[in-house]
Design a protein around this ligand. Structure first.
Ligand SMILES: [Zn+2]
Length: 464
């Protein structure tokens, strides 16, 4: 294991010529940044956009609100009304065109792990509630037509010829539709393709162009879906949550969406991290947040979350950690969840909508016996690993952590002053109290409010 062989001071080293060498304490990934690269300013290399055609409004891609019949039947939608935000489930095919929605949760047409995988390998059957939902949806003519159309287009996109599609019995096609009701690969689609009032096709709506409230709802709604997937399939051991933004980051459409993929393992990186936490329960404090604070890489903080420029990543990476005692997103309190959302939103807003990126969520798998903090990594896909990396397993990252921090910080101050992001401490304002992640029970003791045991927290420092 990396951290047993290597002193922490070696995680981030600047050589005399300016080369920065980094090692990731969790994966062992070795990364170099060579001097003289990565000085381009953020988001200034925007191509001039083409004017938008008003006739295509709401129908730019299959995720747009005018094309809801091109996605499989939705699982849920989040609607903003005068009384607040409401999750609607069980809508019929006739109803799905009806209301204004802010986010929709739909099955992915091409699953990474298919419904058949669960059926054949685990004898998974649709739970009664989902079977009832399927029956009800198919009971209407429009619903049946919608499902068959989507199955047909899936077969076609999957390479089947017209003849095969026509000859496949309807009953067989309806059986394939189990994937739309019980499958474990879902999308959470945001309503806007372009920002409100956009005139050109380069004005895409990203996570960072939302308001902090919209972004919080996006997080909350995604977490509802996450929990739901665990509840509807007991063979699921982990649900990966991620967001690919723009084509170089693997997105099939430039229309904002998150993905949730259920798997029957905990995943290699979770297994590695569980081993690390067993040998050092405080590893996420010591080797991630404390280290980042010590090296001045923390760039934003609020009461329940902290963000820093990551080290030892193949791509420039912003990391946001939850300070909550609770390891899983669905157990976070409203305030804790909002704190996480605010910092992640701030990261996206600061980087702007033009940098392709992957947002990855990491959290404790439900069957893991050790606590781990929920954290969100935002990886900028600004370079492509090539032959050098393949031959050496040393990766060249064009932006080192300090430069990454320095790109983000001025934008955060601007956005904060413009009121476009939530209030947060930025750069030198951050408290950076050691062991601020409370997932580890051993460090919670320092948090006592008794006067004779003063914590090293911000509140204590402000007291006279
Ligand atoms: Zn679209």
């Amino acid at each position: 294991m990396m951290h047993e062989m290597m002193p922490m001071s070696d995680y981030l080293i600047r050589m005399r010529d300016g080369t920065i060498k980094q090692v990731n304490p969790f994966t062992g990934t070795e990364v170099w940044t060579v001097p003289g690269r990565g000085h381009r300013p953020l988001g200034n290399d925007v191509k001039p956009g083409a004017p938008l055609d008003p006739a295509k409004d709401g129908a730019y891609c299959a995720f747009c609100h005018g094309r809801v019949y091109e996605t499989p039947p939705e699982k849920a939608r989040l609607v903003q009304s005068v009384t607040g935000w409401e999750t609607c489930k069980g809508l019929s095919a006739e109803q799905i065109v009806d209301s204004d929605w802010a986010f929709r949760r739909v099955p992915n047409l091409f699953e990474i792990v298919s419904c058949e995988y669960w059926q054949k390998n685990y004898r998974y059957v649709l739970p009664p509630a989902l079977q009832a939902r399927k029956n009800k949806y198919l009971a209407s003519e429009k619903g049946r037509r919608h499902v068959l159309d989507v199955v047909n287009s899936r077969m076609k996109l999957g390479g089947a010829n017209e003849d095969t599609i026509r000859k496949t019995p309807e009953e067989e096609k309806l059986a394939m539709a189990n994937a739309f009701f019980g499958g474990g690969h879902e999308l959470v689609i945001a309503r806007r393709h372009f920002v409100d009032g956009a005139t050109h096709n380069n004005q895409l709506a990203s996570s960072g162009t939302m308001t902090p409230e919209e972004h919080y709802q996006y997080f909350r709604f995604t977490i509802e879906a996450l929990r739901d997937i665990y509840l509807s399939n007991r063979y699921v051991r982990y649900v990966a949550v991620f967001q690919n933004w723009l084509q170089p980051a693997g997105a099939s459409f430039d229309h904002l969406h998150k993905q949730l993929v259920a798997i029957d393992e905990r995943g290699v990186s979770n297994d590695m991290e569980i081993r690390l936490v067993r040998s050092n329960p405080n590893v996420f404090n010591e080797e991630a947040v404390n280290f980042a604070a010590h090296r001045n890489l923390v760039f934003a903080e609020n009461e329940h979350a902290i963000a820093f420029a990551g080290f030892g990543h193949r791509f420039p990476t912003l990391e946001v950690y939850s300070k909550s005692e609770r390891s899983q997103p669905w157990n976070h309190s409203v305030e804790e969840l909002r704190a996480m959302s605010d910092l992640v939103h701030g990261c996206h807003a600061a980087m702007g909508p033009n940098i392709p990126c992957n947002e990855e969520w990491h959290y404790k798998p439900p069957d893991a016996d050790v606590p781990m903090p929920w954290r969100v990594l935002i990886k900028w896909r600004v370079s492509n690993p090539a032959g050098f990396e393949g031959g050496t397993l040393i990766y060249v990252n064009t932006i080192d952590p300090e430069s990454l921090r320095d790109k983000v910080v001025p934008r955060l101050f601007e956005l904060k002053n413009e009121g476009k992001i939530a209030l947060m401490k930025i750069a030198f304002e951050c408290d950076c109290v050691p062991n601020c992640l409370k997932y580890n029970p051993a460090v919670r003791l320092t948090h006592t409010r008794e006067a004779e045991f003063q914590p090293l927290s911000g509140e204590a420092r402000r007291e006279p």
